[in-house]
Design a protein around this ligand. Sequence first.
Ligand SMILES: *[C@@H]1O[C@H](CO)[C@@H](O)[C@H](O)[C@H]1NC(C)=O
Ligand SMILES: *[C@@H]1O[C@H](CO)[C@@H](O)[C@H](O)[C@H]1NC(C)=O
Ligand SMILES: *[C@@H]1O[C@H](CO)[C@@H](O)[C@H](O)[C@H]1NC(C)=O
Ligand SMILES: *[C@@H]1O[C@H](CO)[C@@H](O)[C@H](O)[C@H]1NC(C)=O
Ligand SMILES: *[C@@H]1O[C@H](CO)[C@@H](O)[C@H](O)[C@H]1NC(C)=O
Ligand SMILES: *[C@@H]1O[C@H](CO)[C@@H](O)[C@H](O)[C@H]1NC(C)=O
Length: 460
Amino acid sequence: MKSFFGPGAIAALLAAADIAAAQQTPFSISSTDDIKKTSATLAWDLLQYYKGNESGQTPGLLPGPPPAGPYYWWEAGAMFGTLIDYWFLTGDTTYNDLTIQGIQFQTGTDNDFQPRNETLSLGNDDQGFWGMTAMTAAEENFPNPPADKPGWLALAQAVFNTQASPERHDDTCGGGLRWQIPPTNKGYSYKNSIANGCFFNLGARLARYTGNTTYADWAEKTWNWWADVGFLDSETYAIYDGADVSNNCTKINKAEFSYNSAVWVLGAAYMYNYTKSDTWKTRVEKLVDHGLETFFPKGIAYEPTCEDWGTCSTDMLSFKGYLHRWYSTTTQIAPFTAEKILPVLKTSAAAAVKQCTGGDLGRQCGFKWDTFKYDGATGVGQEMDVLGAVSSLLIGSSKGPVTNSTGGTSVGNPNAGGNPNSFEVPVTPITAGDKVGASIVTIILVCSTVSILGWMSIGA
Ligand SMILES: *[C@@H]1O[C@H](CO)[C@@H](O)[C@H](O)[C@H]1NC(C)=O
Ligand SMILES: *[C@@H]1O[C@H](CO)[C@@H](O)[C@H](O)[C@H]1NC(C)=O
Ligand SMILES: *[C@@H]1O[C@H](CO)[C@@H](O)[C@H](O)[C@H]1NC(C)=O
Ligand SMILES: *[C@@H]1O[C@H](CO)[C@@H](O)[C@H](O)[C@H]1NC(C)=O
Ligand SMILES: *[C@@H]1O[C@H](CO)[C@@H](O)[C@H](O)[C@H]1NC(C)=O
Ligand SMILES: *[C@@H]1O[C@H](CO)[C@@H](O)[C@H](O)[C@H]1NC(C)=O
């Protein structure tokens, strides 16, 4: 065959073809089988970051927190929630044992997700994410833990009860939860939409699961406070981030994040399902309309507050996954939203996989989905987002979340979480013989706390 091109030009063309091939995602979502296969590979890639099931490692933790690794404690809780949904939607049991072990190891001494190792990053939202993961396990009838371990429902109730305790609800700003739990944590003076959103979301879901109206009453009360204080824009239904108690929450930080939308939309959908009221229906509608417009501007998930500037934190890099998963469950629990939401989640998931061309395997995912090009950085958040988006495409063929009267088997305990301060290291009475040792321990504790707080402030 004769060629018009000289050898050099042919080499260049072949190289260009190679690049094009390398930039083609190996992932397809064009059939149920393809969606399952793609999800399985994404889950495997995600799990490469998790070492908690290896000997000598701590179950339930991702590498971190900074500076030991990029991930805070809560993100592992969020990852297990993603893996439970993955199992529920695909039927793949590969990661179930590792998930059960990881969650159960992190419940803390009082089985309320306040392990003492994590006090320095213990926010109501951090605890809340683990609680919502446990709730998901109950609703999806995830395999129950051994009988001597707390049930998924009991764990969710424990988180709820600690957060409903009077000492978490002071009068500043007229009520509501603070961001952080320990008063010494940086961020204790901030009240925000995510901490209150997790509590609201859990309350709504516990009400539907158990039929106990106390949970729904708390969800109502939380919504009312949150809307009144102005974290919900009464006109646009934008959800603002939060405000400091020092000026009674009058200076609102108006940043919008997709995880806030996701957590409130899903909670409102559960309240609608539980009450069947028009009030909740309208709230769901307005939140969804604003959420679709703001977080899917081109029909593709987008994080407006940080994405264009490349300033998304490690935490923020995981938000698109919750957005997809929880909007997706919303379509089951408030079916009237399906027509609006499902087509958008589909175009968004298609864009998500297109940019998964990075790394040595040529399939690592980045965070920027609307350019169809790998943005050069991957990690737990980026992989988890695409896994959430792709596996959620199977929502149509899954049965919705159960309740204790429609097949739910999780063991509950309405009185779990009786000690809201279980994260504190107990003070034991000091005997004469212990004194020298104790003061040395105190000095070590004080020094290490100060240095940890030092890096936290630098990092924030
Ligand atoms: C930990 O889990 C991963 C993912 O399932 C698996 O590949 C690995 O073999 C497990 N490690 C151990 C020590 O069980
Ligand atoms: C707490 O930290 C210690 C020391 O690193 C570790 O042995 C223990 O397993 C951790 N506990 C939890 C619940 O992570
Ligand atoms: C603080 O804010 C709450 C809620 O907006 C309001 O009810 C209360 O009156 C305010 N308190 C003061 C001292 O301004
Ligand atoms: C309903 O939930 C509340 C709050 O946790 C609890 O105090 C009460 O015992 C529960 N009622 C029943 C019947 O379980
Ligand atoms: C409540 O959720 C179930 C799915 O679990 C759904 O079948 C039902 O239609 C929902 N109820 C309402 C009022 O939308
Ligand atoms: C569901 O839980 C509620 C509250 O604990 C209880 O009253 C009811 O009997 C339970 N229903 C079933 C079917 O177990």
